[in-house]
Design a protein around this ligand. Sequence first.
Ligand code: NAD
Ligand code: AKB
Length: 320
Amino acid sequence: MGYLNKERILVIGACGQIGVELTLALRKIYGEGNVVASDLRDEHELLKGTGPYVSLDVMNKEMLHVLVIRHNITQVYHLAAILSATGEKNPGLAWHINMQSLLHVLDVAKEESLHKVYWPSSIAVFGPGSPKQHAPQHTIIEPTTVYGISKMAGERWLEYYHKRYGVDVRSVRYPGLISYKSAPGGGTTDYAVEIFHEALEEKRYTCFLSEDTHLPMMYMPDAIRATIELMEAPAEKITVRSAYNISAMSFSPGEISEAIRKHIPDLEVDYIPDYRQEISDTWPQTVDDSQARADWGWKPQYDLQRMTADMLVNLRPGFQ
Ligand code: NAD
Ligand code: AKB
């Protein structure tokens, strides 16, 4: 494991839903001082005192480049993005930020010969023409949201930089992620986090998706493990240089409500679908992750029941 200590990692977007937990996990593996967290926002409470933090706007390429050189960075995890729901409110801005930031990271990776780059894609690359069940790794990819279009284009850029310049890029298409440490940031799947907070505080939740909208979902510990396992897999095992499908569970608002009611029987849920319903209707209900399983041994550990119990206990210690 000696090579791990030689790596110097930059996490961009470290104060977001994934960034906080990923930064903490990377610091455990690589050493606190070797993982530099960065974001536009003030440092997240959970990151304070756990390692170096710098303010970075990834849209400023020169600032990014200087930071990479100054901190002897060898790997970048680029998590900054505008997610699906927020993206539909300002499509031009979402496209600009999601694309330009990725190109800045890929260019700096090429120019500084970084060892590896991680950039997540999403199930949002799929569209109405993709199969609804077990959406394959390679299938019709015709997204209808600006977020999905930016993820589709981003996947193509990853493959391009890998083939043309030899940059070791790695990526997964995350499903909707559920976490208790940091809040989600403007996605269509955010309801699956909000419902836990409202169930505990109000015993009542109004959901912005319909009761039977099934979507692929994953608990954050599985997502963090998938990310690190993919990044640590030997390069020759990685046959997909766009982004791997990964899967853990699929449920609807009605089904997660039932799972929470096993712990909070008097939870009441209303359904008032808004513009996010239209987005979710274009995404698959389940994805086929057999390529990730075969190439680097991906396997989820949390299903709906186990995730629900863990969320409730962590949001309210002592909760049964
Ligand atoms: P998030 O919105 O919670 O966090 C993104 C972070 O990036 C924020 O802290 C924000 O301040 C920061 N940021 C935004 N613009 C920046 C800039 N110009 N410079 C520096 N930092 C900037 O997002 P997340 O949920 O943590 O998602 C991280 C990545 O994972 C994104 O690419 C997202 O598309 C992808 N993803 C997330 C999910 C999910 O369910 N959370 C699912 C699929 C894919
Ligand atoms: C979103 O809903 O935008 C994200 C995602 C699935 O990419 N959670």
